[in-house]
Each structure stands twice: as structure tokens, then as C-alpha cells.
Design a protein around this ligand. Structure first.
Ligand SMILES: NC(=O)c1ccc[n+]([C@@H]2O[C@H](COP(=O)([O-])OP(=O)(O)OC[C@H]3O[C@@H](n4cnc5c(N)ncnc54)[C@H](OP(=O)(O)O)[C@@H]3O)[C@@H](O)[C@H]2O)c1
Length: 353
């Protein structure tokens, strides 16, 4: 059971003025802050710990929080947001709150139910952004291993995705969410979604870090007028063993990243975030450690990387996808590569319709 967050909203002397943090404008005039705080703790921290970090992060100047129902901590984060808003120090309209629809809520009628639950848990009247977390319907138990396969898992079927998207569009009409967006899609999927959407995705959340730059998808997203939000921006260095494979590389140990960090006198994580912001994506680093989340926010306002450093980082892409999505594989799928349309097409799966 989630604990209520009781400690008051602190006033801190080392806070960063949020108006100094740049933002990306959206077509309706709203502004999404150039960096946000991730809240996926895997099973390392409980909801109360993450909620305290959310409160501390807002106190030091964060205004953008990336949540999701599957992270299992929206109730605790909602209690923290309640303390922040009740203090009067921050207004709801100054915050950018994202949440996401989980894969077991893709059925007709499910999207409104899920969004309403998230709003209740977060204690909010609306979300700034609601994402379809993954384009694959499935269900798997909490804490399951990467070998686990759900009998409910299905591949991408565009007509079915659009039924989910229509429900997302309805949330915008109802005023429950300001913007909707995609996550973990590929160029072929996004092309179909853009062809058929009445309300276009405002943002696309995708894995982005120096060793996984996804240049083609990144370019396509930007050319389509969609804001890219980058997850695992530091390369998720503390992810659990079960989410690692022997071929994974480590961004924060890369000599190019380390050299820039040494020049600037910062942790290599901060260099990854500077690269992200200067490249044009919005990083959403996770941290429950005050010194780290403060350093990450400072990355957005302190000395930038040089053109030479940016050029050097553009050359260290290793195509190293960390979040492979193995648990979402359906019966008949061979491996995680099947989720990502590596041949530039959505494969036709037997029994997928
Ligand atoms: N849409 C999706 O499907 C999806 C998938 C994955 C993640 N996400 C979102 O993206 C967020 C970020 O991804 P992530 O949490 O996997 O990885 P990440 O942000 O790349 O890495 C987080 C880890 O880096 C450490 N760290 C952060 N800043 C640091 C600093 N300045 N110095 C040293 N260490 C630092 C943190 O440790 P400490 O806590 O010890 O500071 C934390 O364990 C998630 O929390 C979630 O909100 C979305």
C-alpha cells in the first residue's frame, strides 16, 4: 500500500529559477519544459521515495514530471503534488505532468477508465500529456522475468491501435488531457498513425541516449512537428540485472562522454543530458538523489557542450537499445527485434487480425 507523503513542501536556497529552463512550444501555445524528472523506479524504490524526489525536484525548479500508471506510484506522487499545490508556491498551470496508458487497457472503454484512475491517483483535474505507453496490447504480472510471455500479447494491428487512439482523442475533447502522444513506435507505425489521426500526437517518447540515438526516427519525429521526449537519457546505469544483456554498452563510461565531463567538471550523466537538450530532445532522467537531480536540472542552464563535443558524441552511437521489450512478445514472435520493424515495415503476423 502506498504511504501518504506528509512532509511539507520545502523552500530551498539552491533552487534554479524555472523560467531559466528553456521549453519546446506546441502548436496550441503551451510550453513543455526542456527537461523532466522520470519516475520509473523499477523495483528499487517504493512510491514514497519517488514521491519525495518529485517534491524535492519541484522545490529545486523542475516543472515537468514523467509518470505512468504501470510505475505503481501515481498515488504517492499525487500526495506529493497535493502538498506542492496546497503550499501555493507552484500553480497547476506551471507544471507539465505526463502519464501513460498501460498495455492491458487497450480495449473499448478502457482508455477513459485508465485516464480517470490516473487523474484520481495524481489528484489532478487534467494531464498535460497522455501517452499510449506501448503500441502492443498485453498483460504480464508485476516483477515477471524477461522470459515471461503473456498469452494476451498481440502484435501491432493498426486498426486496433486507432481504436485506442480514437479514445485518446476523446480525452482531449473532454478536457481531461491537453495533449496526446505516442511512445515506443517506429517510423512505419507513426506514418500510419499520422495518416489516420484526427488529433496528431504532440510528443513521441522514445529511448534516446548517446549509445542509442535513433537518428532516422528522431529526424522523422521532428520533421513531423512532434516533440521527441528521450527516455533512459543517462543510459539507465542502475537498471536491474534482469534488464541487462551481455552486449549492452555504458554511455557514462564512454571516453567521449568522460572527456567532456572532465572538461566541464561534471558527472558523465550531465554530459548525456546536455547532449540531449542541445540535440533537441527532452530528456527525462530518473533520480531520487537530490545532488543528482539538481545537477541534472543545472545541465539545462550551465555551459553547453562545444560544437566539437556535439560532433564527437554524434559518432559514438552504438545502436544499443536497452529497453528491448521482450516481455511484450506474442505467440509466434521470434525475438525482441520483432517489435521494432527493423526492415522498415510492419510485418504481417499470422493471427494478428
Ligand atoms: N516510455 C517508456 O516506455 C519509458 C521506458 C523507460 C523509461 N521511461 C521514463 O524515462 C525515465 C528515465 O529512464 P531510466 O530511469 O530508465 O534511466 P536514466 O534516467 O537514464 O537513468 C537513471 C539512473 O541514472 C542515475 N543518475 C541520474 N542522474 C545522475 C547523475 N547526475 N549522476 C549520477 N547518476 C545519475 C540515477 O541514479 P540515482 O537515483 O542514484 O541518482 C538512476 O538510477 C524513467 O524514470 C521513466 O519515467 C519511459
Amino acid at each position: 500500500m502506498e504511504m501518504k507523503v506528509k512532509s511539507p513542501f520545502p523552500v530551498v536556497c539552491d533552487a534554479i529559477d524555472p523560467s531559466k529552463i528553456s521549453f519546446k512550444p506546441l502548436p496550441d501555445g503551451s510550453k513543455i519544459p526542456a527537461i523532466g524528472l522520470g519516475t520509473f523506479a523499477s523495483d528499487r524504490y517504493d512510491g514514497k521515495t519517488v514521491a519525495e524526489a518529485v517534491k524535492g525536484a519541484i522545490a529545486v525548479g523542475y516543472r515537468h514530471i514523467d509518470c505512468a500508471s504501470i510505475y505503481g506510484n501515481e498515488k504517492a506522487i499525487g500526495a506529493a503534488l497535493g502538498v506542492v499545490l496546497a503550499s501555493g508556491a507552484v500553480k497547476r498551470e506551471d507544471l507539465w505532468i505526463t502519464s501513460k496508458l498501460w498495455n492491458d487497457m487497450h480495449g473499448d472503454g478502457d482508455v477513459l477508465v485508465s485516464c480517470a484512475q490516473t487523474l484520481r491517483d495524481l489528484g489532478l483535474g487534467y494531464l498535460d500529456l497522455y501517452l499510449v505507453h506501448w503500441p502492443f496490447p498485453n498483460h504480464h504480472p508485476k516483477g515477471c522475468t524477461v522470459e515471461s510471455r503473456s498469452p494476451a500479447a498481440r502484435p501491432y494491428v493498426h486498426e486496433k491501435y486507432m481504436r485506442v487512439w480514437r479514445q485518446m482523442e476523446r480525452l482531449v475533447e473532454m478536457g481531461l488531457v491537453k495533449h496526446i502522444g505516442t511512445s515506443n513506435v517506429t517510423i512505419p507505425k507513426l506514418k500510419l498513425i499520422l495518416r489516420d489521426a484526427k488529433v496528431r500526437p504532440a510528443c513521441n517518447e522514445m529511448e534516446l541516449h548517446p549509445h542509442f540515438q535513433q537518428q532516422a526516427l528522431f529526424d522523422f519525429v521532428k520533421e513531423s512537428g512532434i516533440v521527441p521526449i528521450g527516455y533512459c537519457p543517462v543510459g539507465s546505469p542502475k537498471r536491474p540485472q534482469r534488464d541487462r544483456t551481455p552486449d549492452d554498452t555504458c554511455d557514462t563510461e564512454d571516453p567521449v562522454i568522460v572527456a567532456a565531463a572532465t572538461r566541464l567538471g561534471v558527472h558523465p550523466a550531465v554530459v548525456c543530458l546536455k547532449w540531449a537538450i542541445q540535440r533537441g530532445q527532452i530528456p527525462i532522467p530518473f533520480s531520487v538523489t537530490r545532488a543528482n537531480y539538481l545537477a541534472n536540472l543545472k545541465a539545462a542552464i550551465s555551459e553547453p557542450l562545444t560544437d566539437a563535443e556535439m560532433a564527437a558524441i554524434s559518432k559514438i552511437d552504438k545502436g544499443c537499445r536497452l529497453v528491448k521489450g521482450q516481455v511484450f512478445l506474442w505467440k509466434g514472435a521470434k525475438g525482441w527485434e520483432d517489435l521494432w520493424d527493423l526492415d522498415g515495415e510492419i510485418p504481417a503476423w499470422e493471427g494478428s487480425r
